[in-house]
Design a protein around this ligand. Structure first.
Ligand SMILES: C[S@@+](CC[C@H](N)C(=O)[O-])C[C@H]1O[C@@H](n2cnc3c(N)ncnc32)[C@H](O)[C@@H]1O
Length: 324
């Protein structure tokens, strides 16, 4: 499995990162330049098409994108945990004469968003979800974003992915977080993007590059749409994987579904914390139709057997068997 286990010190970089960003913005005012990112230019079009008038930006830094949204006529709430970055944003908003459309708040995204339910049209987060945040913290944050978005509201975010040159470089903190040059980054595998869009409409996932390194990122657009009212069908087969880790669970699962006809609905009871990511990824690889977690039963996941599913190697369920 690609995923590394969370080490005890995985929370450590998040604690030290605030000071690192404060120092970085102090030493390099306007670090990312005055021009908006290409991502913000794209997002403005997406937000306009969705009828959005106000934008909440998370991890706005010194505000190259928040200021662009304001110049484009949006009302912007810009947040970051670095007061130094936000002070640069405040001064630039005044000099660009857009201060009345920009409100600024120091906020650490590891805390709940200080906003009412269904109170914003759009949320923008460029390279924020991939900061030194555990998978659990990112998942909680995306839940918070969903809470504050109006129904039909849009989230555009980016995250550096596991194809980035810095993935695996520097100090490993577990949970795919690596610290390089003082910056801790959580590199996203594609399945994390899908996991974070569970219950949303995933409108777009696009791989792109930014800067000289270059940074390699996912650009993700997802809409807060009602979850499908269709209930997940009752189980034809239930696999009890309580206490099993991923590979052992998959070996048991494979044995129990052997010979079952296409269309069979399988429920898997899984306590491995990686199961919410690994089960959909395995279904996707093999070709089965992943149906999602059962509502109200957070450790039960469902999928439907597909006719064209691929076989996996006898002792390695993460590897497809050669096509005969
Ligand atoms: C890679 S920079 C991107 C800045 C800005 N989005 C841009 O593209 O110009 C990441 C930003 O996230 C902020 N940040 C990192 N961890 C954060 C946290 N836990 N809560 C809020 N902001 C955070 C940093 O201060 C920094 O401004």
């Amino acid at each position: 499995m690609e995923r590394t286990d969370m080490r005890d010190d995985a929370k450590e970089p998040a604690e030290t990162q605030l000071q690192h960003w404060q120092n970085t913005y102090t030493a390099h005012p306007g670090l990312y330049g005055e021009e908006p990112s290409a991502l913000a230019v794209h997002a403005a079009q997406v937000f306009r098409a969705a009828g959005a008038k106000d934008v909440l930006e998370l991890g706005a830094g010194h505000g190259r994108d928040a200021l662009y949204f304001a110049r484009e006529g949006f009302t912007v709430q810009a947040t970051d945990f670095s007061p130094v970055g936000l002070e640069q944003l405040r001064q630039a908003a005044r000099s660009q004469d857009v201060a009345e459309r920009v409100s600024i708040a120091v906020h650490d995204v590891r805390e709940p968003l200080p906003l009412a339910d269904a109170s914003v049209d759009a949320v923008f987060a460029h390279m924020l979800l991939c900061m030194a945040l555990s998978t659990e913290a990112i998942h909680t944050l995306v839940g918070e974003v969903r809470r504050v978005l109006r129904p039909g509201g849009v989230l555009v975010h980016t995250a550096r992915h596991t194809g980035d040159a810095h993935y695996g470089a520097g100090t490993a903190h577990g949970d795919d977080i690596y610290e390089h040059g003082g910056f801790a980054v959580h590199f996203f595998p594609r399945r994390l993007v899908d996991f974070l869009a569970d219950g949303w409409t995933l409108d777009e996932v696009h791989a792109f590059e930014e800067g000289d390194l270059p940074r390699r990122l996912w650009r993700v657009t997802q809409t807060s749409a009602p979850v499908s009212p269709d209930p997940i069908p009752a189980a034809d087969i239930t696999v009890d994987g309580t206490g099993l880790l991923c590979v052992t669970l998959l070996l048991r699962l494979r044995k129990q579904i052997e010979g079952a006809p296409p269309g069979t609905v399988v429920h898997v009871i899984a306590t491995d914390p990686a199961a919410p990511l690994d089960l959909p990824a395995w279904c996707h690889m093999v070709g089965h139709d992943y149906l999602g977690p059962m509502s109200g039963a957070r450790q039960v996941y469902a999928f439907r057997l597909a006719a064209a599913a691929r076989s996996t190697l006898p002792d390695a369920p993460w590897h497809l068997a050669p096509i005969p």
